[in-house]
Design a protein around this ligand. Structure first.
Ligand SMILES: Cc1cc2nc3c(=O)[nH]c(=O)nc-3n(C[C@H](O)[C@H](O)[C@H](O)COP(=O)(O)O)c2cc1C
Length: 392
C-alpha cells in the first residue's frame, strides 16, 4: 500500500484526466486493468464551449490535443458517485473554473468532495481554455474571458490563491496539476505549496502545434477540423521533460508528487518514480494501445519490487543523488563495441554526420576506438541492439 497524502493506494498507477476518465464504463475498465486511481475528466461548473475530441497523432512523438468534450458539474458529480459505487478506484477530481471570480472554485470543489472524490486536482495545466487565446496574442475566444487551466498555472500568485481557497473549502487532499509552459516549474510548485497544496502533479501538456500540409496552403494536419489552436502535447515526446520537471520539484520544493507524460511501460514508470514521483499517470499510451498497457505496467512494477525485495517508497527519488551541475560531471573513456551475431549490417551506426569512428567494410561496421567522441548516438540508432558503448 502507498500512502499518498493520506490516501491509501494499492499501487502508484493513476489514469490521467482525459477521455479515458470521462465515462463510467472506462473507469470500470481502469479498475479491472489494475489502476489504483483515476483523475476524472476536467469538470467545470459549465464548460465554456462544447468541444469534440480532435487531435493529431504521430506514433513516435505523441498526440496533440486541440479539443475535447469536458464535463459540466452535474456530469462530474454523477460520474464520481457512480465510480465510487461501482469501482475500488481512488478518485482525483480534475476541475477548473474559467471565470475571474474565486467563488466558482469553491463551488466546484465542495460539490466534487460531496460526490465522494478522494482528492481535488486543481487543473492549472489545460492549454485549451485560455492559453490557446493568449498564445495568439488576441482575444478571439467565444466567451471572451477564458481564464482556466494553464493561464492560471502560469501565475504563481494566482496558483497560491486558488489552492488556498480550495484548501479552505474541502477536507480532502488538494493536488495542483501544473502547466509545463512556464520558465521554472519549481516556482509554481512552491506557490502551490505556499497555498497549502498537499501535492502537485506534473504530466506533459506542453503547448504545441501540428505539422502542416505544405502542398495545401500550409493547412494544419488535423483530421475533421477547420482551424487549429495551440494544443496540448501528450505521449513519448513529453517523457524526458517530465523527468526533469519531476526531479526539479522533488529537490527544490519537496512536496508529494505525481509524475506523468509519455509513460508506456513499467520501466518508464519506475524511472519516473526514481526521478522523484510518488505516483505516476498514464494517458496517451492507453489511448493508443488499450488497457493492457495498464495491466502490463502494474504487473511489471510489482515484479520489479519483488525481485529487488523493496517497496515503492524505496525507489522514489533514487536517481536524484546522481544529479549534479554539468561542470561537476566526469566524462569516462570508452567506445562502441559491436556484437557480430546481432549486427545486420545496415550501416546506420556509420551515418552520424559528426563521427569518423565507424566505417562500413561491405556489410561489416569497423570501429576506430581512438576516433570515438563518446556521444553514444550509434548505440541509440542501432535497430538490433548489436552495438553498445563500453567503458574502458
Ligand atoms: C485527449 C486528451 C484529453 C485530456 N484532457 C485532460 C483534462 O481534461 N484534464 C487534464 O488535466 N489533463 C488532460 N489531458 C492531459 C493528460 O491528463 C496527461 O496529463 C497528458 O496527456 C500527458 O500524459 P501522457 O503522455 O500519458 O498522455 C488530456 C490528454 C489527452 C490526450
Amino acid at each position: 500500500m502507498i500512502n499518498f497524502c493520506g490516501i491509501q493506494m494499492k499501487n502508484p498507477v493513476v489514469i490521467a484526466s482525459s477521455p479515458l476518465t470521462s465515462k463510467l464504463k472506462y473507469l470500470v475498465a481502469a479498475d479491472q486493468a489494475g489502476a489504483a486511481a483515476v483523475s476524472t475528466k476536467l469538470t467545470f461548473i459549465r464548460q465554456p464551449f462544447y468541444g469534440k475530441l480532435r487531435m493529431h497523432t504521430s506514433d513516435r512523438l505523441g498526440s496533440l490535443i486541440c479539443y475535447d468534450r469536458r464535463l459540466d458539474l452535474e456530469e462530474g458529480v454523477g460520474l464520481i458517485r457512480e465510480a465510487k459505487e461501482r469501482t475500488q478506484l481512488k478518485i482525483f477530481a480534475n476541475m477548473t473554473h474559467d471565470q475571474a471570480d474565486m467563488e466558482g472554485w469553491a463551488v466546484l470543489a465542495k460539490a466534487l468532495e460531496e460526490a465522494g472524490a478522494d482528492a481535488i486536482e486543481a487543473n492549472l495545466i489545460c492549454p485549451n481554455i485560455g492559453l490557446s487565446t493568449k498564445s495568439i496574442g488576441g482575444q478571439d475566444s467565444l466567451s471572451g474571458n477564458e481564464q482556466g487551466g494553464a493561464v492560471n498555472g502560469q501565475n504563481p500568485e494566482r496558483v497560491r490563491e486558488i489552492v488556498r481557497l480550495i484548501k479552505d473549502t474541502v477536507k480532502i487532499p488538494v493536488v495542483a496539476k501544473l502547466t509545463p509552459n512556464v520558465t521554472d516549474i519549481s516556482v509554481i510548485a512552491a506557490a502551490a505549496k505556499a497555498g497549502g497544496a498537499d501535492g502537485v502533479c506534473v504530466a506533459g501538456g506542453q503547448s504545441a502545434l501540428p505539422p502542416v500540409d505544405i502542398h495545401a496552403d500550409g493547412k494544419p494536419c488535423y483530421r475533421l477540423m477547420n482551424g487549429v489552436s495551440h494544443g496540448s502535447l501528450g505521449g513519448p515526446a513529453c517523457r524526458f521533460m517530465s523527468y526533469s520537471q519531476v526531479a526539479q520539484i522533488r529537490q527544490k520544493v519537496g512536496i508529494p508528487l505525481i509524475g506523468g507524460g509519455g509513460l508506456e511501460t513499467a520501466d518508464q514508470a519506475l524511472g519516473m518514480m526514481m526521478w522523484g514521483a510518488d505516483l505516476v499517470t498514464v494517458c496517451t499510451s492507453v489511448m493508443w494501445y488499450g488497457w493492457e498497457v495498464v495491466e502490463k505496467m502494474v504487473a511489471g512494477m510489482e515484479t520489479y519490487l519483488q525481485e529487488e525485495h523493496i517497496d515503492y517508497a524505496a525507489i522514489v527519488g533514487r536517481s536524484l543523488p546522481h544529479l549534479r551541475s554539468s561542470s561537476r560531471l566526469e566524462a569516462l573513456p570508452g567506445h562502441p563495441v559491436i556484437d557480430p551475431g546481432r549486427c545486420i549490417g545496415c550501416g546506420r551506426c556509420s551515418k552520424p554526420g559528426h563521427c569518423d569512428a565507424i566505417e562500413m567494410l561491405g556489410k561489416t561496421p569497423v570501429v576506430a576506438p581512438e576516433k570515438c567522441l563518446g556521444c553514444g548516438i550509434c548505440e541509440g540508432v542501432c535497430p538490433t541492439g548489436a552495438l553498445t558503448m563500453q567503458q574502458v
